[in-house]
Design a protein around this ligand. Structure first.
Ligand SMILES: Cc1ncc(COP(=O)(O)O)c(C=O)c1O
Length: 489
């Protein structure tokens, strides 16, 4: 990273909460450990960096000093501050060890390090135009509270203990019925495993169905969060390009067939196309032939504007090769950390047992409340209401794009979901735009971040509209348009 890139990278991640010198220290340490700042590279002067970041010079000096004390940085007389060589093999407690060696890089396994290869968690999770975040302020808190209180009045000892393998039976029953009707999922309650979100569902599926070194496929581009999950399991993760019909099984296999592949057939993430029926059938056929499992990530299919939600791949398969993953992160709120995995019948018992062995889940009162919320129709009502709200916000954002750029910047993505993709001319540095937008108070995500192979990366911006009130969309987009014009001119 050159000094300008470093400053951009830091600006994107610094936030208002917590001491600035601490944040800066942690981010610089992260950049060294993840290899963005390599050994021997020179750091910008504290004066220059402070100016770029808009912080006091002492803040930068303090962060540098702390890293110097840990041996993570070193100074060369009259020349400046450099990233030190980290001794990754040094045994701990040799006396030579500095905090960095003891705390992080040398103690991280290869798969621990692989977890960070495409890390992308943003400090900021709210506001224009943060993709993937629903409007949590619209969540029907009073209804939830009423149901939750009722459950607490009748709390039984077993509800306050660990969850039985697979989760609360009442919730699994309610979900089975809901998924049959809303998403054409074919399953019984026993096939449903309650998880803390899609991340844990994918983790569980990969742990139980793959061995280290197995080949797994991801879509290119894809959601970095689930890529990180798979990458940390010592798997051979390969990215398969998508086209207008979604994921393509290659005409000729290079190497082994995948043991498992992860796909988003109903709404490709992040580009937004729908996998055609022909592709779905081909994919199922190839997977049957090669004994490959499909993990279907159905993360936001409830939100389709104008047409009915598209039936899932699991229903087409009949529940044989497909493991279906869903989440309440978009329909309710991400902090709820509840999702589900629907597995083929033969996998139901081992998966339920494994979820208890691995994660020792709890939160049964919350699960009971959610069961009531679904059974009494509140989930359906909330989704229907939010579909209208998000549909309007999407229209508003499209109008803002039109009014600033006409047809100059095409918009990708079906009429669905919580975000759209603004395509940028080839060669545009979308990451720099992301950083400059962040500095102007607007959160966007660079499309190129979602590719593992930069040579085939598209350039564009993911714009989330779900958590932005209609009245704020046009003004926020005008700010973003100012940033874009500077970059495109
Ligand atoms: C493609 C995709 N799948 C799943 C999720 C949700 O993950 P979780 O259910 O663990 O919150 C997200 C969140 O942004 C996503 O973008």
């Amino acid at each position: 990273m050159n000094p300008t890139n470093l400053a951009d990278w830091l600006l994107q991640r610094l936030h208002g909460d917590g001491a600035m010198n601490r944040q800066l220290h942690d981010l610089l340490l992260q950049a060294v450990l993840q290899g963005q700042l390599v050994a021997g590279s020179k750091l910008p002067s504290s004066r220059w960096l402070a100016q770029e970041l808009g912080v006091a010079r002492n803040t930068v000096i303090d962060a540098y000093d702390n890293l110097l004390a840990q041996g993570c940085l070193l100074t060369r007389a009259g020349s400046g501050t450099y990233v030190a060589e980290l001794d990754r093999d040094a045994p701990q407690g040799t006396g030579r060890s500095v905090a960095t060696k003891a705390q992080a890089a040398p103690t991280l396994s290869k798969r621990g390090q692989a977890l960070f290869a495409h890390a992308g968690v943003a400090a900021r999770q709210w506001g224009a135009f943060m993709p993937g975040v629903p409007d949590v302020t619209e969540f029907p808190v009073r209804t939830w509270l009423r149901l939750h209180n009722r459950r607490w009045h009748e709390a039984r000892p077993e509800r306050l203990s660990y969850a039985p393998g697979g989760g609360l039976p009442e919730l699994r029953e309610a979900l089975a019925e809901h998924l049959r009707v809303a998403r054409s999922v074919q399953c019984t309650a026993e096939q449903i495993i309650i998880t803390s979100g899609s991340h844990q569902a994918v983790d569980l599926a990969a742990r139980l169905l793959t061995d280290p070194g197995d080949t797994v496929w991801l879509e290119e581009p894809c959601y970095w969060g689930l890529r990180s999950t798979l990458q940390s399991l010592s798997l051979r993760v390969q990215a398969q390009p998508v086209d207008a019909e979604g994921l393509r099984w290659p005409a000729k296999l290079k190497g082994a067939a995948p043991r498992l592949l992860l796909a988003t057939p109903s709404h490709q993430y992040p580009l937004g196309m729908v996998m055609s029926l022909a592709r779905r059938q081909q994919l199922l056929e190839h997977c049957r032939q090669h004994g490959s499992w499909i993990v279907e990530d159905d993360y936001d299919s409830e939100f389709r504007f104008g047409t009915r939600p598209i039936a899932c791949l699991q229903g087409l398969d009949g529940g044989d090769r497909v493991l279906y993953v869903g989440s309440f992160s978009k329909t309710l709120f991400p902090g709820l950390r509840l999702g589900y995995l629907v597995v083929p019948k033969v996998l139901a018992a081992p998966f339920a047992k494994a979820s208890a062995e691995l994660y020792r889940e709890g939160q049964l009162q919350q699960q009971a409340t959610l069961a009531d919320f679904i059974r009494e129709g509140h989930l359906g009502n909330h989704v229907r209401r939010m579909r209208v709200v998000y549909g309007k916000r999407r229209e508003c954002l499209l109008a803002a794009v039109q009014s600033s750029f006409g047809d100059q910047l095409p918009v990708l993505g079906d009429n669905a979901g919580l975000h759209l993709v603004l395509q940028l001319p080839e060669g545009t540095d979308d990451r720099r735009i992301e950083a400059n937008a962040a500095a102007a108070g607007i959160a966007v995500r660079a499309l190129s971040n979602y590719y593992s192979e930069q040579s085939r990366a598209g350039t564009g911006l993911l714009l989330g509209y779900a958590c932005v009130p209609e009245s704020q969309i046009a003004p926020a987009f005008r700010t973003l348009a100012g940033v874009l014009r500077k970059e495109l001119s």
